[in-house]
Design a protein around this ligand. Structure first.
Ligand SMILES: Cc1cc2nc3c(=O)[nH]c(=O)nc-3n(C[C@H](O)[C@H](O)[C@H](O)COP(=O)(O)OP(=O)(O)OC[C@H]3O[C@@H](n4cnc5c(N)ncnc54)[C@H](O)[C@@H]3O)c2cc1C
Ligand code: SF4
Length: 328
């Protein structure tokens, strides 16, 4: 690793003063320290933001939930109130990495984590994302990569929390210079969809302060398939959130991770599901709408049927239908 300065901020103002263009924030360190050790990222200074006031709380508000940037994934997974109100959120948190990662890793760090593409993470490879001329994954080892992309980079969003938070229509509160503004979770990776250099829509020294969920309770579910049961990212993940009016689905949002540089959501599928009673045909049609423009590569075609199965399962769980009975 290259030498770097280290500073601790005790306020958001202080953090922004300390963090220049070539510096980076340090929360739990589970992502950034790996990059620094491997020469993938070479910040001039790491600004420790773990103790910023008000960023370690989970609060039920009049209209929903506020999660501080530095709340750990373990705290979300273990929160009884969240488990009762938004079960998909605690399910997504409980599936992150391993107990060690969940204990150290923060919500903001999870959302802002950088690409896990093995070419990007290799200290001796300079691919498009870290300033090189080409994407190596497209024509080589792309087993874990996207089946959708709006640019030559096919590194997918692998944050569990982003997927469930998108389904819950959450927004991220960000401090940029003297301004504070909200960005919808659905837009948090929009820049990475178009721009191969971007990991997300944050600009250098943008500071995430909190995440706001606009509902107090909602039926929601998070499912994923991984190669290993622990210490691993999802091959494909899927979240669904919504309400039931009798047997009819209302306000359903389906979101998928690990298949696109942004959380994959298709508005037409949500509209298609509105007011419908769920059966096998409806679930399959929603999955078809979501996946119809998928462009799998040589080694990741398996993600299409995997995503289709997860969408169907998530919708059945949301509707409270036992899938085994329904499909037998
Ligand atoms: C072995 C392993 C397995 C994993 N498995 C999974 C998994 O299954 N699912 C999953 O979702 N994730 C997984 N992760 C990722 C893990 O969840 C993240 O590394 C962790 O949440 C990052 O949080 P952190 O606080 O450690 O972030 P850090 O490493 O401190 O920071 C990560 C990035 O976020 C930026 N950052 C941190 N806080 C802020 C802020 N407030 N504002 C702006 N930028 C900020 C940092 O500058 C840095 O670029 C895994 C990681 C490992 C190492
Ligand atoms: S997918 Fe993106 S990060 Fe991976 S090699 Fe291609 S350009 Fe680099």
């Amino acid at each position: 690793m290259k030498p770097f300065q280290y500073a601790t901020a005790s306020s958001a103002d202080g953090a922004l003063e300390l963090c220049g263009k070539n510096d980076q924030f340090l929360a739990g360190g589970t992502d950034i320290l790996g990059e620094v050790k491997e020469f993938v990222s070479n910040p001039g200074r790491l600004v420790n933001i773990k103790n910023l006031p008000g960023t370690r709380e989970i609060v039920e508000t009049d209209t929903g939930w506020k999660l501080g940037a530095n709340v750990t994934i373990a705290e979300i997974a273990a929160h009884e109130g969240l488990r009762r109100a938004l079960p998909g959120l605690t399910q997504a948190a409980a599936k992150v990495g391993s107990p060690q990662i969940r204990n150290m890793g923060t919500l903001a760090g999870n959302l802002a984590q950088h690409s896990r593409c093995w070419y990007y993470r290799h200290r001796d490879v300079q691919c498009l994302k870290n300033g090189g001329a080409r994407c190596y994954a497209r024509e080589s080892e792309n087993k874990y990569h996207s089946i959708f992309s709006g640019n030559p980079c096919i590194s997918p969003v692998v944050s569990n929390m982003a997927v469930i938070l998108a389904a819950l229509e959450a927004s991220v509160n960000i401090r940029r210079g003297k301004q504070t503004f909200d960005i919808k979770m659905a837009e948090f990776y929009m820049v990475a969809w178009f721009n191969p250099y971007a990991h997300n829509s944050l600009k250098p020294a943008d500071l995430i302060l909190e995440v706001n969920i606009p509902v107090k309770t909602r039926s929601c579910v998070y499912l994923q398939v991984s190669e290993k049961s622990d210490f691993d990212w999802a091959l494909v993940s899927c979240a669904a959130a919504g309400d039931l009016d009798g047997n009819a689905l209302k306000n359903v949002r389906v979101a998928l991770g690990a298949i696109s540089p942004m959380v994959q959501e298709v508005e037409d599928a949500n509209s298609f599901l509105e007011g419908k009673e769920l059966d096998r045909r409806t679930a399959s049609m929603a999955a078809n709408i979501i996946l119809e423009e998928a462009e799998p590569l040589e080694h990741n075609g398996y993600k299409v049927p995997m995503a289709r199965a997860l969408i169907r399962r998530a919708l059945f769980k949301l509707a409270g239908i036992n899938l085994e009975r329904e499909t037998s």
